[in-house]
Ligand binder design. Structure first.
Ligand code: GDP
Ligand code: MG
Length: 295
């Protein structure tokens, strides 16, 4: 296939605090559930590169984690992390929840974006939950800081096409930077891990989802189905019976739902085998954190 002369390709960072709809937006654009979406904050722990491919452009998205825990170190960590993802971007998409905009966090991120002097657009998300007058009011408030402002609803957007056209105007003329068949440069086992984690979040309350890490120990591709073995690490022995549920009902439900989710993405029947282990206080141990993939 020959490339059109005016092909464009570039990097777009999506920044904003936790729970504003970053993952939802990216998934709507890519049409696949790449980044896990749950109603709980802080479910995105690593940046996910999603790749949008069409005949005339390639957009590489960085979906950054938001920060919610009020910590002394928070400010520095937030700034470093966001700066990192803005460094190579051709366009920055700032996304916020219109209903509580502007928060202190929003103000700080906007300052940062101004500092890096890159093209930027703002998305005021969740307009399905607010009034027309609020949309007008908040759009005016944020307008002077960005090249463009769009009030949207990532859950219900019909404006995806016009948003993509808008993004395209900011991209440089480039040949594709990644294979045009790929939706991500992350391996399928990473998504398997994220899907299992998502099902834990959806099936259990309180601290267990935050106390669990998932490691895919084996991902075998067979002719008729894929076989995956994964371990769920918990922080305390007392959490084990809760995750198992009565007669193993809870873990069984998590397993079946995860199998379906993985299958949807890989397009192949999947058998999942789940193990549970306890690593006391793994969240506080940096060695374990890196084994679990959190840099
Ligand atoms: P992230 O932390 O910024 O990646 O946020 P998520 O994409 O995980 O979304 C957080 C929550 O907000 C989820 O429950 C979404 O379904 C919800 N959400 C996202 N966009 C919208 C929207 O446009 N309207 C409404 N009502 N909810 C939304
Ligand atoms: Mg997210």
């Amino acid at each position: 296939m020959t490339l059109p002369e005016n092909f464009k390709a570039g990097f777009v960072s999506i920044v904003g605090k936790a729970n504003v709809g970053k993952s939802t937006l990216m998934n709507r654009i890519l049409g696949e559930k790449l980044s896990i979406v749950t109603p709980k904050p802080q479910t995105t722990r690593v940046s996910i590169k999603g790749i949008y491919n069409s005949d005339d452009m390639q957009i590489i998205f960085l979906d950054t984690p938001g920060f919610v825990e009020p910590r002394y170190e928070l400010h520095n960590r937030m700034i470093n992390y966001i700066k990192e993802s803005l460094k190579d971007s051709d366009l920055i998409i700032f996304i916020t929840d219109i209903n509580d905009f502007p928060t202190e966090y929003d103000q700080k991120v906007i300052e940062l974006i101004k500092e890096v002097k890159k093209p930027s657009i703002a998305l005021l998300n969740k307009i399905d939950l607010c009034t027309e007058s609020m949309i007008k009011d908040k759009t005016e408030k944020i307008n002077q800081s960005f090249d463009k402002v769009y009030p949207i609803s990532a859950l219900y957007v019909k404006e995806i096409d016009s948003l993509l056209k808008e993004i395209c105007t900011f991209l440089p003329y480039n040949p594709p930077l990644y294979s045009q068949e790929d939706m991500s440069d992350l391996p399928m086992r990473f998504f398997a891990q994220e899907i299992i984690r998502e099902r834990i979040f959806m099936n259990l309350d309180q601290e267990i989802p935050y106390s669990s890490a998932v490691v895919v120990d084996a991902y075998e591709e067979h002719e008729r189905h894929d076989f995956i073995r994964a371990t769920i690490y918990l922080e305390r022995e007392t959490q084990k019976p809760i995750l198992l549920g009565k007669n193993g009902a809870k873990i069984g439900k998590i397993r079946r739902e995860a199998e379906l989710g993985i299958q949807q993405l890989s397009g192949k029947p999947t058998k999942l085998n789940l193990w549970i282990k306890v690593k006391p206080d793994w969240r506080k141990k940096s060695g374990l954190l890196s084994i679990f993939g959190y840099k």
